[in-house]
Design a protein. Sequence first.
Length: 92
Amino acid sequence: MASKNTPIIILILIMFIVIKKAVIRIDKRRHILEKPRRVIQNIKNKKLIKEILFSFRFLRHPIDSYYDLKRYGRASVLSATILYLWFLLWRL
């Protein structure tokens, strides 16, 4: 059965989509999101963060990632330990 709030939820989703499209369109013209993009890119370029994010690539492309891991050393013991502890705490 449909909830009383279903039209409100649909309206909110439509508003969110319209606002997102408007922000993307304005960003293409005026580059309003350039500074946040640079900050995020600077964070992603940190060695430890890059190694931790490598684990998500490993899930999507395991064979290529294994090659990168062996050939280029894309991960370290520190990043593996952090991921291990994170998954261990997540399971608790």
